[in-house]
Every structure is written in structure tokens, then in C-alpha cells.
Design a binder for this molecule. Structure first.
Ligand code: URA
Length: 434
């Protein structure tokens, strides 16, 4: 087989055969196919697409490019979730304990934040002492014991995706439904859970800019999962503003804890409950959504969901006192208020801009090797659709270093106002179950 013929075929909008896709992924993993040839094929795929069968074959070949994790010696239903990323997205911190308190096994490998989005590991590491890296045996043992573990990625899972993602990042080939679907699903499939719940975001700052594309991406991922015998479902949520009221590691842990105690913001609570309902259905813990919601509220009200979070912190060597008394989490040296420059309804909050601004004061990293300041970030008091008077506090900035005037201007510009009350939008636009 000549790789140039495979590139030519996709350039001519033809369908690639299984052997051709497998030849590519094996050659790429073993470094027999040079990056410039893979880059050419990636661009041909971006421009000419792939059908569902090709996409599923691509995901499967990528999954097989490295180690696969066997969770079969953990009893019960193992559930996993993936979010396509968002600013202020702390759903894993809430969902995990919530569904584990209902009897599911929530075993998840998470990542660090890069650029404008935060990472679950950075958030958890704001809890003093918290260990994100466990051995495979410790991980399995913990999930068996308390039903919950949130850890960093170990081992050599899906090396083909690492190579392809790095190439896509520098060749303008990230935004393609078959490439995103196969990248995400190859990693989920290499991790041996029984079911997968996808939180697919759309809107400004998300990979998918509109609901139609988000639906196509979700359906493609669901088909890949089903093809490999995993119950895969998706929640489609809009990302026109940050999720919840906080951006920044310790601030987000605090908000997650409050949500587990039933005192969280409406949007975050609703997304977590809707996702947890689907997970309970996937895990066959309940037979309908009403039963699921009742059970979830019972776990919140009784304190069992919060206690599950504390169990995880304790098992992973974190200081549980900082969860029971949130003032013991890292605290910023200064808190500055930002006030509304005019009166009106908030008609937009640019998540991506707020993500970048938070990163710039230390909450995230620009480069992989940068350190994160766990204490800093933003707390919003007003969200989309709220009315504000001129001079009312819109948000607080938690910071250690003085804020530059130009930074404050960009923060002001992240909020949009209008005279009339904006149309109320549903954060959850759709749920796709098959
Ligand atoms: N997240 C991934 O893991 N892969 C993509 O291609 C896009 C988002």
C-alpha cells in the first residue's frame, strides 16, 4: 500500500477502506508514516469528511494503538463521562460523588487545563495534599471500595491520538466532526467502562458553534460507542456563558461542594442532575427519569453525596478539613470588585474571554509547564438575563498580583448589556439517547 494513494483517494472524496485507515494509524504510531503525509490526509478529511463507518473504524484503530484499561475486576456498573470542555465546567466534581452515592462506580481519568479551559486535576489539587496519581492497583481498589476515583492519566493510552492531536493543533485541522468524534471516543473506549455519558457543548468558546453541528458530533460519538457495545448517550448544552458562577480552581471546588449540598447555582445544578439521571438509567439503577431525580435529591438532602466527595478526598490523601470548612482552601491575597458600567440586562458573558483573563492572573496555564495558582479566579454575581443597575457589582476578582488597567478593560468588555430583557434560553438544548 502506498500512503500517497490513500491521501489521493480522500482528496477525490472517496471512502477509505478499513485496511487503509488501519495502515495509517499503525504507520503513524510506529512512526513509519511521516507527519507531513498524515497532515495532508488530515486536511483532506477536514475538507471532504468521513462517513460514519470510516469514523468508527478510525476510532477503533486509534483505541488499539496503545494500552487498554481493564476494569472488569471492579464489581457493579462502571460509568464514565466526557465533556467537550467549557469555562467554569466543574461537573465531574459534582457528578462523580452524586452517582457514586446512588451505587454506580464512577471511575474517571481527567486532564489538566490548558489555554482558556480549566482541568479537573488542577481543581482537585487545590485541596491540600490531594493526590491525582494512583497506581493501577490503588485506583481499582479505591473504585471498588468507595465507588469513586478521579485521577490523572497514566500509562500509554491512545498514543495515536497524542500524535494526531499535536499535528491537528498546528495544521488548522482540529475542527472536523469525524476527527473530533474519533479522538474523544478512542480515549473513552480504551478505558473500560460499561457506559459513557457525553456532555457536548456548543456556542462561543466551544468546538461546535451551533446546535446542528453539536447534534452531528454527538450522534457520531454515540454510533461509535454503540458499535463497540458501550451504552453511550449525550447531553447537549450551550456555552454562551460560563457554567456556574466561578472560574478558578479552589473557587470551583467550593462551588462543586455547595452544589453537592444543594446550594449550587441553578445552571450547574440542572446540568449535573440531567447528566446524573442519564447515568442512573445507563447503570440500570432506576427505570425512569422521575425516579432518578427523586433519588438524586435524596442523596443531596441527606448529605450522602457530599460525604462521598469527602471519602474520595480522604482516600486520595487530601485534607478533608478543607472541604468541611471551605475557608481552609487556598485563599487569594486580594479580592477586587468589578462594577457594571451601565444599567441594563446582561445579554452576553463571553466565556472564552473570561477563561483567558482568569488564566492570565494565574488560574490556568498558557504553556504545559506553567504553574497554576489555585487561589485566584473570578466569581460572577450576574448571569445572562439578569438586570443590573450602573455601579452594581458584576463579579469579584480573586488575585495575588495587582490588576493591570488593560486587563480590567477586557474584563468589562466581556459583559454585554441591552435595554430589553433578553430571550430566556435553555442551557440544555437536547438529550440524545440513541
Ligand atoms: N477533545 C479531544 O479529546 N479531541 C478533539 O479532537 C477535540 C476535543
Amino acid at each position: 500500500m502506498r500512503f500517497v494513494d490513500i491521501i489521493e483517494k480522500k482528496k477525490q472524496k472517496q471512502i477509505l477502506r478499513k485496511e487503509e485507515i488501519e495502515y495509517w494509524i499503525q504507520g503513524l504510531t510506529e512512526e513509519r508514516i511521516p507527519d507531513y503525509q498524515s497532515a495532508a490526509l488530515l486536511m483532506a478529511i477536514v475538507l471532504n469528511g468521513m462517513n460514519q463507518e470510516e469514523t468508527t473504524i478510525l476510532a477503533k484503530s486509534m483505541m488499539k494503538s496503545g494500552e487498554q484499561i481493564d476494569l472488569s475486576n471492579i464489581s457493579g456498573m462502571k460509568v464514565d463521562k466526557h465533556s467537550t470542555g467549557g469555562v467554569g465546567d466543574k461537573t465531574s466534581l459534582v457528578l462523580g460523588p452524586l452517582v457514586a452515592a446512588c451505587g454506580l462506580k464512577f471511575a474517571k481519568m481527567s486532564g489538566r487545563g490548558l489555554g482558556h479551559t480549566g482541568g479537573t486535576l488542577d481543581k482537585l489539587e487545590s485541596i491540600p495534599g490531594f493526590q491525582c496519581f494512583l497506581t493501577r492497583e490503588q485506583f481499582v481498589e479505591q473504585v471498588e471500595k468507595i465507588g469513586l476515583a478521579l485521577v490523572g492519566q497514566t500509562g500509554d493510552l491512545v498514543p495515536a491520538d497524542k500524535k494526531l492531536y499535536a499535528l491537528r493543533d498546528v495544521t488548522a485541522t482540529v475542527e472536523s466532526i469525524p476527527l473530533i468524534a474519533s479522538s474523544i471516543m478512542s480515549k473513552k473506549l480504551a478505558f473500560g467502562s460499561d457506559s459513557i455519558l457525553l456532555d457536548v457543548k456548543f456556542g462561543e468558546g466551544a468546538f461546535m458553534k451551533n446546535i446542528e453541528d453539536a447534534k452531528k458530533l454527538a450522534s457520531s460519538m454515540i454510533q461509535i460507542g454503540k458499535n463497540l457495545g458501550r451504552d453511550t448517550r449525550a447531553v447537549l448544552s450551550e456555552m454562551e456563558q460560563p457554567l456556574g458562577n466561578t472560574i478558578g480552581n479552589a473557587l470551583e471546588v467550593q462551588e462543586a461542594v455547595e452544589t453537592l449540598q444543594g446550594k449550587g447555582p441553578k445552571d450547574l445544578t440542572e446540568l449535573c442532575l440531567a447528566s446524573a439521571e442519564l447515568m442512573l438509567l445507563q447503570g440500570k439503577i432506576v427505570s425512569n427519569k422521575e425516579e432518578a431525580r427523586e433519588m438524586l435529591w435524596e442523596k443531596i438532602r441527606s448529605g450522602q453525596a457530599f460525604e462521598k466527595f469527602c471519602d474520595m478526598v480522604e482516600e486520595q490523601k487530601g485534607d478533608v478539613r478543607a472541604i468541611r470548612d471551605l475557608s481552609l482552601l487556598p485563599q487569594a491575597k486580594q479580592i477586587s470588585e468589578m462594577k457594571a458600567e451601565r444599567r441594563g440586562y446582561i445579554s452576553g458573558i463571553h466565556s472564552q474571554k473570561l477563561g483567558v483573563l482568569s488564566m492570565e492572573i494565574g488560574a490556568g496555564r498558557e504553556k504545559k509547564e506553567d504553574a497554576v495558582n489555585h487561589a485566584v479566579g473570578l466569581k460572577l454575581y450576574k448571569k445572562y438575563g439578569d438586570f443590573v443597575e450602573k455601579g452594581e457589582v458584576l463579579c469579584s476578582v480573586y488575585h495575588d498580583s495587582p490588576l493591570e488597567t488593560e486587563w480590567i478593560t477586557r474584563l468589562q468588555e466581556s459583559f454585554e448589556y441591552q435595554e430589553e430583557k433578553p430571550e430566556q434560553k435553555n442551557m440544555i438544548e437536547a438529550i440524545i439517547e440513541d
